[in-house]
Write a protein that binds this ligand. Structure first.
Ligand code: ATP
Ligand code: MG
Length: 398
C-alpha cells in the first residue's frame, strides 16, 4: 500500500544528526591553544588539588560550550583511571534568565540524596541556599567543577564569584574542593564585576577568537564525511559555506547551519550532490529568515511604515518625502484596523529610527530658499520580503 511517505528514501544523508545543534563532536578541531589553556588550568584535579577557576570569553558559535564538554569528558575519563585523583563531579548550569537563588537551588537539588525533598522554592533566601550547598558538597567530598554557561546573563554574578571561590579558604567546605568555570559572550563582563571580586578571583582566562575560513573548512569537512553519503557533496560547496561564515563572524554554528540547509535544499530538489548553488541558496534563505525576525521585532506602526515603503517602492514612487509617506501610511494603518499616528513628527521619528536600523536609506535634498531642505527615504531591502512578512504576521493574528 502506498501513502504520502512511502516513496521517501534517504539519499544524501548518512547521519543527519551530526549537523544538529545537540550533536557533541568527539573530536575538537582547530582549538589547540584553548585546549592547552584548559588542560593547564584543570590539571590539579588529577592530583587531588583544587583546580584554577577558569573564565571563557568569546562570541557566539566559537566552540566555548563544545570545547568545555569535551574537556569535562576527557577529565572524567582520566580521573577514573588515576588512583591519586579524587572523585570528580561536573555540574552544568545555564544562567540565562536565572537568578542567583535559582542557580544555587538547582545545584543543591543535584547534590541532595534521592530520598530528600527538593530545596524549597520559597521561604528561604540565597544565603540559606549557599549554606545547604556547602553542606551537600562536603557530604559528597571529591572535586566539583561548576560550569556556569552564559554567566553574564545571571542577575548577580558578582555574589556568585565572590562566594564560591572563597568557600574553601573560609572553611565553608572542608571535605570537597570546587573549581568555577564561567562562560561569557561578553568581553566586558569582567569589568562589570566589583573590584573586590576582580582582584581576588585569580582566574585563568581563555578567549576564543573567530574561526578563519580554512579552520571552518576543516570542521565542516569532518562533519560532511560523517553526515553525508559518499560522493554526495562538492568540496567547493563546503569551502563556500566556510568562506561565508568566516566573512561574517567566524561562527562555526553558522557554517554548519549553512551546510545543513544547503544539503536540505539539494535533497528537496532531488539532486544527488550538494553544490555551490545549494549553499548560495541556503545563505539567502538564512538571511531572509533573519530579516523576517528583525521586521517582526519592530512596533506595529514601524511595521506599517515599512509596509507603506514597500508599496511606494513597487509603484516606483521612491525616494519619497515624509509627507507622502504619511498619507500612504494612514491608508495602510487603517487597512489593518489601526488608528494612524497623527503628527508628521511621529512619522519622521519612525523614519529616522528605521534608517538607523538599516531598513531605510535617507538622502538630504536642498532645493534652495524656496524649495527648502528635506529628506527623502527609500527601502534598503527587498520590498517583497516586507510584504511577505507582513502578510504572515497579520495572518497569524487572524
Ligand atoms: N573546534 C570545533 N570543532 C568541532 N566542532 C565545533 C568546533 N567549534 C564549534 N563547533 C561546533 O559549532 C557549534 C557551535 O559551537 P558552540 O555551541 O560550542 O559555540 P559557543 O561558543 O558555545 O556559542 P554560544 O556563545 O552561542 O553558546 C556546535 O555545533 C559545535 O559542535
Ligand atoms: Mg555555548
Amino acid at each position: 500500500m502506498s501513502g504520502p511517505f512511502s516513496d521517501l528514501t534517504e539519499t544524501l544523508f548518512e547521519e543527519k544528526s551530526v549537523l544538529s545543534e545537540s550533536y557533541q563532536p568527539d573530536k575538537i578541531l582547530e582549538r589547540d591553544e584553548e585546549i592547552e589553556g584548559y588542560r593547564y588550568a584543570l590539571q590539579d584535579v588529577l592530583f587531588g588539588r583544587e583546580p584554577d577557576n577558569v573564565m571563557l570569553y568569546g562570541k557566539a558559535g566559537l566552540g566555548k560550550t563544545a570545547v568545555t564538554k569535551y574537556m569535562m569528558d576527557a577529565l572524567q575519563k582520566e580521573v577514573s583511571i588515576r588512583d591519586e585523583a579524587d572523585e570528580l563531579f561536573v555540574h552544568d548550569l545555564n544562567c540565562n534568565g536565572k537568578t542567583l537563588f535559582m542557580i544555587i537551588r538547582r545545584l543543591v537539588n543535584e547534590l541532595l540524596p534521592d530520598s530528600a525533598s527538593p530545596f524549597p522554592k520559597r521561604g528561604l533566601g540565597t544565603g540559606d541556599a549557599f549554606d545547604e550547598l556547602y553542606k551537600q558538597l562536603d557530604r559528597h567530598g571529591g572535586t566539583h567543577l561548576l560550569v556556569f554557561d552564559e554567566l553574564d546573563h545571571l542577575d548577580d554574578a558578582d555574589t556568585l564569584l565572590y562566594e564560591l571561590p572563597r568557600a574553601q579558604a573560609n572553611k565553608h567546605i572542608v571535605e570537597a574542593q570546587i573549581g568555577v568555570i564561567g562562560i561569557s559572550n561578553n568581553y566586558t563582563f569582567r569589568n562589570s564585576l566589583s573590584s573586590k571580586v576582580r582582584d581576588t578571583l585569580m582566574e585563568r582566562e581563555i578567549s576564543f577568537r573567530p574561526y578563519h575560513a580554512d579552520e571552518l573548512r576543516t570542521i565542516l569537512n569532518d562533519r560532511a564525511k560523517r553526515a553525508f553519503a559518499e560522493g554526495s557533496w562538492d568540496d567547493s560547496a563546503v569551502a563556500m559555506a566556510a568562506a561565508i561564515a568566516a566573512k561574517d563572524q567566524g561562527n562555526a554554528r553558522q557554517a554548519i547551519d549553512l551546510l545543513r540547509t544547503g544539503a536540505e535544499i539539494a535533497d528537496r530538489t532531488g539532486d544527488d550532490c550538494i553544490r555551490d548553488d545549494h549553499v548560495e541558496n541556503a545563505r539567502e534563505l538564512v538571511q531572509r529568515g533573519r530579516l523576517k525576525t528583525r521586521i517582526q521585532d519592530q512596533t506595529d506602526h514601524a511595521q506599517y511604515i515599512l509596509e507603506t515603503m514597500a508599496y511606494l517602492e513597487k509603484d516606483y514612487e521612491t525616494p519619497a518625502r515624509s509627507k507622502t509617506i504619511k498619507t500612504n501610511y494612514e491608508t495602510v494603518a487603517e487597512s489593518w484596523g489601526a488608528e494612524p499616528l497623527s503628527t508628521l513628527k511621529s512619522i519622521q521619528k519612525h523614519l529616522s529610527d528605521l534608517q538607523m536600523l538599516g531598513f531605510l536609506n535617507r538622502r538630504a535634498e536642498n532645493k534652495g530658499r524656496k524649495g527648502g531642505h528635506y529628506y527623502e527615504y527609500q527601502l534598503d531591502l527587498d520590498a517583497e520580503i516586507i510584504l511577505e512578512t507582513r502578510d504572515e504576521l497579520e495572518g497569524q493574528l487572524q
